[in-house]
Ligand binder design. Structure first.
Ligand SMILES: CC(=O)Nc1ccn([C@H]2C[C@H](O)[C@@H](CO)O2)c(=O)n1
Length: 107
């Protein structure tokens, strides 16, 4: 069994939402779902790999694309339509995804 990851990347335009504590979930596919609840994880920008902040993983739960709703959009700090378009673009044709809940530890 491999160790849980200690880093996560976000698109640069989303990192202010993470560093301010406004964004408290991210929805990823199975390849990016192996985070351990209770672990501290470093956040980097995807495009430039700049360190943004640290977060603590609270939970990792399966989430069907079809079940993504306004609750998830609020936690993502994004409009629901924008969130669903983004997820479809990043993870096309993947009905089963994972919701990673987290809290900001240090900006
Ligand atoms: C490799 C990588 O950084 N991938 C992703 C995947 C998703 N996101 C964002 C986009 C949405 O806000 C949520 C839901 O997927 O997570 C991201 O920043 N980076």
């Amino acid at each position: 069994m491999s160790a849980a990851p200690t880093q996560i990347t976000f698109f640069e335009f989303l990192t202010p939402l993470v560093a301010s504590g406004l964004k408290t979930i991210t929805i990823r596919d199975i390849s990016e779902s192996h985070y351990q609840p209770g672990s501290q994880v470093e956040v980097f920008t995807l495009e430039t790999h700049i360190k943004v902040c640290d977060i603590m993983i609270l939970a990792v739960e399966p989430l069907a694309f079809a079940d993504i709703n306004e609750f998830h959009a609020t936690q993502e700090s994004l409009p629901l339509a924008e969130l669903k378009l983004l997820i479809q673009k990043v993870y096309p044709n993947q009905p089963t995804l994972f919701m990673i809940s987290f809290k900001l530890v240090a900006a």
